[in-house]
Write a protein that binds this ligand. Structure first.
Ligand code: ATP
Ligand code: MG
Length: 456
């Protein structure tokens, strides 16, 4: 095997994104020439690596953890690749489980920590493994370390840390790209994006998270093939949304998704309205929500997908409710119907599970209710299980420029004072609070139009 510098000097990248390293010896970076030390690797991952090695198998750390360690970041999790078959791995670890249909993997459990162990995989060579779009349907053919490297997505994700001698093995040019700060798809861009269009989302996630740049071919490919995302099952796009928006870099990642047209594929209702009103209220509200989410994650405070979806889809919901009100529907049922319709449309693209979308709708439906505080209404709202999220959302709308400051301040105080003072706050509303004025509703509408639709 050649030394790293000699090999890097010898190799030239192909013109159209294909990689001329195929068939060559890998670059091996010895322990003395890279920064990863065993102290940075979790005990559980080391335990798995050594158990596999002691049983006579090859064992490597691979993927995001090697990339992140080389960049000086703390890895989110540690993934292991081996030549042991899943059943062989399973038999080595008492607390392990075989999982996956498309990809068969072994999860080794250590309390709440899980180390994922994958057997080296071969590329989807035969046509029976890809559909007519070129998408991978089945990928369970085992292969060599080299084949495993070439079927990965980006060169910087195809680096292997060898537990046998602590060296790093690089078949695809990942070290060079990491040094140059480049995210480069392995092999031909069109083929690799067709095989799995989610790789486009992953590329942008890594730009957002790692601050690296897209290589030119990869970037051009995203612009060109963004539309392929429409074939991805909505359940997978939901999982990807959480990775894109709830791992600490949502604000910048969102800008990237919009720039490359991927947001349009996932959230068409919102994207359309963001395009119409470039720097106005909808964008401000969403960016404030995302910045806030990033801060919470930074501070290790909890975040809920329901609140994220409330912000992501607020503008279509708000505008739909507005339209219904212009047609005579009162505010509360208008909001309820709009909520239901926007979620029903959205789940065709991104399958937001009901346990989250129900809460999203609660947050929206509480918005008009928070305006109405007289009598027992404020007390009822305060007792609503989703009051706090709805109140936070009201504050977000205010921050984004809606004139809601007085009402947000009122609710802030209402939560802090004694029961007696709460009573007098409500009493003090009469006259000042619009909603406090007894209003007789004019019933010009057909009765059916007034009904809130049933939950989906
Ligand atoms: P993160 O830090 O977000 O976990 P990651 O690169 O480790 O980033 P994972 O989803 O954990 O991402 O995947 C682990 C590895 O599996 C990747 O680094 C890559 O080598 C490979 N991989 C994941 N998804 C794909 C894909 N869609 N196509 C090809 N290879 C993939
Ligand atoms: Mg990972």
């Amino acid at each position: 095997m050649l030394s790293i510098n000699k090999l890097i000097n010898k190799l030239v990248k192909g013109k159209n994104g294909d990689n001329d390293r195929r068939g060559h010896e890998p670059v091996i970076v010895p322990r003395s020439e890279h920064s990863i030390s065993r102290k940075q690797i979790s005990q559980n991952a080391l335990n798995v690596l050594y158990t596999l090695k002691d049983a006579g198998y090859e064992a490597y750390l691979v993927g995001g953890c090697v990339r992140d360690l080389l960049l000086g970041h703390e890895p989110k999790d540690f993934d292991v690749a081996t030549n042991a078959l899943p059943e062989q791995v399973h038999s080595l670890f008492r607390r392990s489980r075989l999982i996956g249909r498309r990809f068969k993997l072994v999860h080794v459990r250590f309390g709440r920590d899980v180390i994922e162990v994958a057997t080296f995989r071969a590329p989807p060579e035969t046509s029976s493994h890809v559909d007519e779009q070129g998408r991978i349907m089945q990928d369970n053919v085992y292969g060599t370390l080299e084949q495993d490297a070439w079927r990965r997505d980006f060169t910087i994700n195809a680096l292997y840390y060898n537990i046998r001698d602590f060296s790093i093995v690089d078949y695809t040019g990942g070290i060079e790209d990491l040094n140059a700060g480049l995210i480069r798809l392995i092999d031909n861009v069109e083929t690799r994006f067709r095989e799995d269009p989610v790789r486009m989302l992953r590329a942008l996630r890594f730009v957002g998270k790692l601050g690296l740049k897209l290589d030119k071919e990869t970037e051009a490919g995203i612009f060109k093939w963004a539309g392929l995302l429409s074939d991805i099952p909505p359940a997978r796009l939901f999982d990807e949304t959480l990775k894109l928006y709830l791992t600490g870099n949502a604000a910048v990642t969102h800008e990237l998704l919009c720039h490359y047209g991927l947001f349009d594929e996932m959230y068409p209702q919102t994207a359309k309205l963001l395009h119409e009103e470039k720097d106005g209220y909808p964008r401000t509200l969403l960016m404030k929500a995302l910045e806030n989410t990033d801060r919470r994650i930074d501070d290790d405070r909890p975040v809920t997908p329901a609140f994220l979806f409330a912000a992501l889809l607020w503008e279509p919901a708000r505008q739909r409710a507005q339209l219904l009100m212009e047609h005579g529907m009162p505010e509360i049922p208008a909001m309820q119907r709009a909520s239901s319709e926007v979620i029903t449309d959205q789940v065709q693209r991104v399958a937001v599970p009901k346990r989250f979308s129900m809460v999203t709708r609660d947050i929206w439906n509480m918005q008009p209710r928070l305006m109405k505080r007289q009598g027992k209404r404020a007390f009822r709202s305060l007792l609503h299980p989703k009051f706090r999220a709805a109140y936070d959302f009201l504050a977000l709308r205010n921050e984004a420029g809606e004139p809601l400051e007085d009402i947000v301040d009122w609710w802030t105080r209402f939560q802090e004072v004694s029961a007696n003072e709460q009573e007098s706050m409500v009493a003090g509303l009469s006259g000042g609070d619009k909603a406090a004025k007894p209003r007789r509703r004019r019933r010009r509408r057909k009765p059916a139009a007034n009904k809130a639709p049933k939950d989906d």
